[in-house]
Design a protein around this ligand. Structure first.
Ligand SMILES: N[C@@H](CCC(=O)N[C@@H](CS)C(=O)NCC(=O)O)C(=O)O
Length: 246
């Protein structure tokens, strides 16, 4: 059995751990541990294995918060993943979502599953062409942006410096899209925005300061719209909250 945190995720966990009717909490209380719970053999709510600073986990947490889905979190330290994870996910990767009998890994597969299992509020348009456009946007982010973000966080200064330049240029090349609709490529908030937000949140600490760059002003206006959403605030782990610009 695996120790888990209970709640709708992120920094909201502690408050929600006090919910009186929560069966998992009752089990924890029996153990004299008011904060952590044990994953019941038969899960009632979903469980997310999640890294506290992992951007792919973050886009899943934003999606869960948007859809107001209750879930347990198993915090995973990348260097020391729990044994349970390798038993259920051959890639031993986070995010990994457990929903009753199914274990889902790969963040994109998880997003698609959540959208289909919890269609309200919708985070994808109905129109096939608009859907395809957003899917292409997600494809670009997954193929180009996330890998560059990983490189930009590298301890190798040369690799990091080059990736930061690529990311800044990518933002500049998309400015007209950032300002052409309320959300990215769409007037409604979507899975694409959940994905982009997890990247944009991590750029200012890497000195990609779009807030103070006049040419990137539309990016900042877009980012602010997302960062101010209650779901976004709720999605943040403590470590992610610490990345906020001071
Ligand atoms: N395609 C996967 C990639 C997941 C991934 O690389 N996750 C990283 C953390 S951000 C991880 O778990 N690395 C440890 C490992 O793969 O062993 C996804 O989108 O979920």
């Amino acid at each position: 059995m695996q120790a888990v945190k209970s709640g709708v995720g992120g920094i909201a966990d502690a408050a929600l751990n006090d919910a009186p009717d929560d069966q998992a909490d009752d089990e924890a209380d029996e153990q004299g541990d008011g904060k952590t719970t044990l994953l019941p053999d038969r899960q009632i709510v979903m469980t997310l294995f999640s890294g506290s600073l992992c951007p792919l986990c973050h886009r899943v947490r934003i999606t869960l918060a948007e859809k107001e889905i209750e879930f347990n979190t198993v915090p995973v330290d990348g260097a020391r993943p729990p044994g349970d994870l390798s038993e259920i996910n051959p890639y031993n990767s986070v995010p990994t979502l457990v929903d009753r009998d199914i274990v889902i890994y790969d963040s994109r597969t998880i997003l698609d599953y959540l959208e289909e299992r919890f269609p309200h509020p919708p985070l994808m348009p109905i129109d096939p062409m608009r859907r395809a456009r957003l899917r292409l946007g997600m494809y670009h982010i997954e193929t180009d942006w996330y890998p560059q973000l990983k490189k930009a966080q590298s301890s190798n200064r040369k690799v990091a410096g080059k990736a930061k330049k690529v990311l800044e240029e990518a933002l500049l090349s998309q400015v007209s899209i950032f300002q052409s609709s309320r959300y990215f490529l769409n007037d409604e908030f979507s899975l694409l925005d959940c994905s982009l937000a997890s990247i944009l949140w991590r750029l200012p600490p890497l000195n990609i300061t779009y807030a103070s760059n006049r040419r990137l002003r539309p990016v900042w206006q877009y980012a602010k719209r997302i960062f101010e959403r209650p779901s976004f605030r709720m999605s943040l782990t403590e470590a992610e909250a610490d990345l906020a610009p001071r």
